[in-house]
Design a protein around this ligand. Structure first.
Ligand code: GLP
Length: 268
């Protein structure tokens, strides 16, 4: 795992978007794993801008999102289908039949999870998976105790997750659907590259536990230690509880990949 710190959330979003754009330019037919949440809004805004101003071409890309609420129709304004449409899909030239999210309305949610994993495999696997971090340490909706080798499947959302995601549900956690479909932690770990983007002081203690603590099913993000090409990008607020700053600085000075990130960051 490599860790790179950005001075603020704007630079963090710019760097995350620049890495996705570089992936698309290097391999125009990339299979991208996409995430939702507030952190990603600024990332998608920059990708949309790169499409308009720098001809970033999404037309040959395929995308798979991490998760969707159970029981919400794609047209529901609170669904992740709507989120993706509003923040990215409507602004770029992705082909509609190449964008995928789990179907939260599927009659058989377990079968939908199995179908989703098969679709990812048929597409050749995910080249680059973008991840956000839940305050309880989840990736996707892999809540505490989810198996670290889990496949895509229906899950029950933790109370703290319903609380965090209540904003779109009139601020009422009880209105957040109690269940969701998520890509499994095991499925996520099969992605060829992973970028975990973490922003804000509210995530600081969780990020510290994920990076410096044990690998544990209490925090599915800690399973990323098992991935051999995972980059963690954090802003200074999210990194404020880390105790390994000198190790991160040392690696940033001497690792060519991290030095290249510094150059890329300076250009944005
Ligand atoms: C939701 C999503 C996660 C995402 C998390 C972070 O819970 N299921 O995939 O990582 O939000 O969201 P935010 O960026 O709003 O903190």
């Amino acid at each position: 795992m490599k860790v790179f710190l950005c001075p603020n959330r704007e630079k963090l979003a710019a760097l995350t978007a620049a890495l996705l754009a570089a992936q698309i330019r290097t391999k125009p037919e990339s299979v991208l794993g996409l995430a939702t949440g507030r952190t990603m809004e600024a990332v998608y805004a920059r990708l949309a801008l790169a499409h308009t101003t720098q001809q970033l071409d999404f037309s040959r890309c395929t995308t798979f999102n991490l998760d969707e609420y159970a029981g919400l129709a794609p047209t529901d304004p609170r669904s992740y289908h709507t989120y993706m449409h509003q923040h990215l899909f409507q602004h770029v030239n992705l082909t509609a039949d190449k964008t995928h999210l789990p179907n939260g309305m599927a009659e058989d949610l377990s079968a939908e999870g199995t179908r989703y994993d098969a679709l990812i495999q048929q597409a050749g696997g995910i080249d680059l998976q973008l991840l956000g971090l839940g305050e309880n340490g989840h990736i996707g909706f892999n809540e505490p105790l989810a198996s670290l080798s889990s496949r895509s499947r229906p899950v029950v959302l933790a109370p703290e997750t319903r609380q965090q995601n209540a904003e779109l549900f009139d601020g009422n956690p009880d209105s957040v659907p109690p269940r969701a479909l998520t890509m499994g932690t095991g499925t996520i770990l099969e992605s060829k590259r992973i970028i975990l983007t973490v922003s804000g002081a509210a995530k600081a203690r969780t990020l510290q536990a994920v990076l410096e603590g044990p690998v544990t099913a209490q925090k599915s993000a800690s399973a990323l230690h098992f991935h051999n090409d995972c980059l963690v990008l954090a802003d200074q607020e999210a990194a404020s509880s880390l105790t390994i700053h000198s190790a991160i600085d040392h690696a940033t000075q001497h690792d060519p990949e991290l030095r290249a990130l510094q150059t890329l960051l300076n250009a944005h």
